[in-house]
Design a protein around this ligand. Structure first.
Ligand SMILES: Nc1ncnc2c1ncn2[C@@H]1O[C@H](COP(=O)(O)OP(=O)(O)OP(=O)(O)O)[C@@H](O)[C@H]1O
Ligand SMILES: [Mg+2]
Length: 253
């Protein structure tokens, strides 16, 4: 991975600064409450993991942080500012990046076209160069339609947005879903390197050991609430890990 120009780097590091504070958040779909009175925070300069079984509300939480779902109670503070009523595109403009479940790439466009869009007004050739330096396979696939890439390559293309936009906080939803272990290793190595560039990470994943390996802080969600918060080590050593994470079934059954 080539080093980016230092002028582009965010300088926030492990100074106790919080890039995200969710306080007493209640949200859901229509009248269905999915996330209830949930609080968590993401420190600058590291990886925070939110783990939990199917249906726990992890994706719903990330959508609410982006502003894609209405908040019926509570607050979302991003980079020190209350954004509870701020539109999603304005949150993204402030330095938030969302790599959604299902990857969020334009499948009908080529890899090059996807990267140009991700550049969002920045230098497009530089964006392509950065993405290709992070995931060299993308360089060989620039003219290929994104929908015809392998699942792993599609995920790499989606992850590239977290590189080319140089965001302050990246929300990653299920980075490893359905991918071969070797590809998952590459993607997690990439994510683990993002804080060095000044991007803090909030990682939602079911593949707990890999997520915990790169996370400094961990939460476990269950039925829309936080069932655990602490360090990855504390989680691995506690009962909750085997109960809710390792052998995770579904929270909806
Ligand atoms: N668009 C929707 N409309 C109504 N209910 C929804 C919608 N999306 C999710 N839900 C419900 O919200 C609950 C939480 O779903 P969510 O997708 O947030 O869980 P998750 O923790 O991300 O699960 P997974 O690990 O399977 O991705 C589930 O009961 C689900 O059925
Ligand atoms: Mg989900």
């Amino acid at each position: 991975m080539s080093a980016p120009a230092s002028a582009e780097l965010h300088t926030s590091s492990a100074t106790g600064e919080l890039v995200l504070e969710v306080e007493g958040l209640t949200t859901g779909y229509g009248r269905t409450v999915v996330v209830r009175d949930l609080s968590l925070s993401v420190p600058a300069g590291g990886v925070t993991a939110v783990l939990g079984p199917n249906g726990a509300g992890k994706t719903t939480l990330l959508r609410a942080v982006c502003g894609l779902l209405p908040v019926s109670k509570g607050r979302v503070r991003l980079f020190g500012e209350d954004v509870t009523k701020v539109a999603p595109f304005q949150r993204f403009a402030r330095g938030l990046c969302h790599v959604p479940e299902g990857r969020g790439i334009f499948r009908g466009l080529t890899v090059r076209e996807n990267l140009k869009l991700q550049a969002g007004g920045r230098d497009e050739s530089r964006a392509i160069e950065l993405a290709a330096s992070a995931f060299p396979i993308l360089r060989d696939r620039l003219g290929q339609t994104a929908g015809t890439l392998s699942g792993g390559q599609q995920q790499m293309l989606a992850m590239a947005s977290a590189y080319v936009r140089n965001p302050r906080l990246v929300l990653v939803d299920e980075a490893s879903l359905g991918l071969a272990p070797i590809v998952v290793d590459e993607i997690f190595a990439f994510l683990a390197g993002l804080p060095e560039r000044g991007s803090s990470i909030l990682l939602v994943d079911q593949f707990a050991p890999r997520a915990l390996a790169i996370a400094s802080t961990a939460y476990v969600m269950r039925r829309g609430e936080i069932a655990f918060s602490g360090t990855g080590k504390e989680l691995l050593e506690g009962d909750l890990f085997s109960q809710y994470v390792q052998g995770s079934g579904s929270d909806t059954t």
